[in-house]
Design a protein around this ligand. Sequence first.
Ligand code: NAD
Length: 307
Amino acid sequence: MENAYKLLDGRSIARDMHQQLSQDVNALGTDGWPLKLVSISIGETDAARLYVRNQKRTANKIGIGFEERDYPSDTSESELLGIIQGLNTDPRVTGIIIQRPTPEGVSVRRLQRSIHPFKDVEGMHPSNIGSIVYEAPKMGPCTAVAAVHLLKSTNTPLQGLEVTVIGHSAIVGKPIAFLLMAEGATVTVCHHETRNLAMHSRAADAVFVAVGKAGLVTGDMLKPGAVLIDIGINQIDTPHGPAFVGDADFDSCAETAGWITPVPGGVGPVTVATLLRNAVTAAQLQRDHYASEFGTSHSVYSLLNRP
Ligand code: NAD
């Protein structure tokens, strides 16, 4: 029998998000709030280069400025903290992105914590992560928000839905679990100590996997018709050269799943669109803060640049 899985096309979902974002960016610009992101890469970042290029191209496409900064690997953490402080107080900068990985001796967590929460477009400042727990997210961590958005795009009712999340990192697995609990789902979280992964995944109506191990989830580990959101990115060698795959064995999972995300082209593009939506939220928060503090919705930047 021909299997009847449906592909969750992240590229097309992201394109729909870009349309709305372009309008929002345009309106903010007219209001005196042009958007600009600053991306900070430190040391050898070849692995992230493609990702940064993608962020820049998409940002520019919807009218957001994107400044790429590359710092040498011997830049100290205190120098970087100083640079971030400068960006925090620069009214021309809407948001700051710290590209991973960072060199040894530079804690990405500490850098992230030093970004002003209103400029934390990656949604990784403790206050933005905490807002998820309090069910009042402003800018959530992009990948987690994107993964949940993909599940919502299937129109599966989330109240009472049995969901298994595989992977419990602070920036992906755990926030996914909190976002889903806020929607009324019943969430099981698995990790490297989980004894019987298949038992948990087979009981779920939707499975999220964010581990970083190609082939971890196979079709026999899924309930027939389940939604599978594959967040993993793994580089593998093929006879045609290196390729990127997710954490799920796509062919066998497609036999059992009702909906499945491809890798690439699933969570990735929606993550970038979510980052840019966070940039719009950041600009709106900054505008509203100015309005309440100074009685004007115009930024210092736009006032300085008046003809
Ligand atoms: P991480 O290394 O911080 O966490 C990995 C998680 O997997 C941990 O919770 C660990 O307990 C769990 N784990 C390890 N082995 C396991 C096993 N055998 N069974 C069950 N759980 C196991 O990773 P991360 O930063 O959360 O990223 C996870 C994956 O998602 C990586 O492949 C990463 O490249 C990818 N990722 C994708 C995006 C995107 O935009 N698509 C963004 C961030 C991360």
